[in-house]
Design a protein around this ligand. Structure first.
Ligand code: ZN
Length: 392
């Protein structure tokens, strides 16, 4: 463990250099004249700052003609491989860890087994070991973690999570800072991270996505809300926790099963992965865990398909209410259940279109997550890259 920032990053402590580097986020390619025009800095200041960033290996320079004509100018770009970012998208059962470049592009990703209910020590030990394998030498510029529960933002404290035994009040951000004292650190709710990833991916494709609902259906159920371009976190970090709202199961079933949170008849108690495993077993289907259930579902077993479509309908009723509240342009369904075939999304679509007002659904698109299983790590990488390059 080192107590100083990684080489290269320490340069950003010098006057004006962080502000200069921040100009080069999101692939910006700028000449000295461009930088002077953007900042109002004197020419000599621009030259000194760019030279320092070039010497430190944080920028790359190339002679280029603008529009292929005229005298070539020196164009500067971020050297995204000058440093590494480490991210971990931790779900209720399993996690994805990744190493990314400074621009937030994923370079290497690994899927690891873990159970959130094993508590912070066990889960963080898995994260740390995964990161060590992805970055055996050197220190990251940033480290970020997502967790499947309410997170106070920006402190990163875990707040009263309904299912995360031993996590209440845990300061995950301090743990990251202890491992990597020179790094920027961030802790985010898992579905919020997915939502950020989807917005960033849309922007890369030239689409400005400002109003979005992302629903993660894995072992549990949660939602991330982007409204007017901002992630809605709520007063205590609990916005979007639709999994533990009371389910509307009219016409589908009459039982009121207990939920993991201690209440009964929550959305998750019908539509979460653990509930589907329970119902599958009751119908004689062999499923040791959610993975076993998903195997039946992907193979097209009719009982698994029917249970999943009904889960989609229960979810759809809850999502219909959310659609009326926030009027998103897209509803994207992710998580291991949401991404296993089309049965869940079909059930969601059926209920949302039947129950929301036409004005809210006229141009609404409901579909599977565009980024799939990588949505969480992509979102974390994007946010962390911004934090490292912009200091925000
Ligand atoms: Zn519940």
């Amino acid at each position: 463990m080192t107590s100083s920032p990684p080489p290269g990053r320490s340069v950003l402590g010098e006057p004006g250099l962080a502000a200069a580097l921040a100009l080069f986020q999101q692939g910006a390619a700028l000449s000295r004249a461009d930088v002077a025009a953007l900042t109002g800095w004197a020419r000599v200041t621009v030259t000194a700052r760019l030279e320092r960033l070039l010497d430190a290996g944080l920028l790359l320079a190339q002679e280029e003609r603008v529009n292929g004509r005229g005298r070539p100018a020196t164009i500067h770009r971020l050297n995204a491989s000058a440093g590494a970012l480490l991210v971990a998208d931790v779900g209720a059962s399993g996690m994805r860890v990744a190493r990314c470049d400074l621009a937030g592009m994923v370079e290497d990703v690994a899927e690891l087994d873990s159970e959130i209910a094993d508590g912070p020590d066990a889960v963080l030990a898995t994260v740390r070991e995964g990161w060590r394998r992805l970055l055996p030498d050197g220190e990251p510029w940033g480290a970020a973690l997502s967790l499947p529960g309410p997170i106070a933002y920006p402190s990163g404290l875990v707040v009263d999570p309904p299912i995360m035994t031993g996590w209440n009040g845990f300061d995950a951000r301090s743990a990251l800072s202890r491992w990597h004292p020179g790094a920027a650190t961030m802790v985010e709710n898992d579905v919020n991270a997915m939502a950020v990833g989807e917005v960033a991916a849309a922007a890369e494709g030239g689409r400005h996505l400002t109003d979005l609902l992302v629903v993660k259906v894995g072992t549990g159920v949660g939602a991330g809300i982007v409204s007017g371009g901002h992630v809605i976190r709520g007063a205590a970090g609990a916005a979007g926790d639709i999994g533990h709202t009371e389910a509307d199961v009219a016409g589908l079933r009459e039982d009121r099963p207990p939920c993991r949170c201690g209440k009964v008849a929550c959305v998750e108690a019908y539509a979460g992965g653990w509930a589907l495993v329970r119902d599958a077993r009751a119908r004689g289907l062999e499923a040791e865990d959610l993975g076993g259930f998903l195997t039946h579902l992907v193979a097209g077993h009719p009982v698994a398909r029917q249970l999943t479509a009904d889960a989609g309908r229960v979810l759809g009723s809850a999502i219909a209410t959310a659609v009326s509240l926030v009027n998103p342009e897209q509803v994207l369904v992710g998580g291991s259940l949401g991404l296993a075939g089309d049965a869940l999304v079909a059930g969601v679509r059926e209920r949302v279109y039947a129950r929301s007002l036409p004005l809210a659904t006229r141009s609404l698109r409901i579909g599977p997550s565009v980024l799939g299983h990588d949505a969480g790590v992509r979102g974390l990488a994007h946010e962390l890259s911004r934090q490292v390059l912009l200091g925000s």
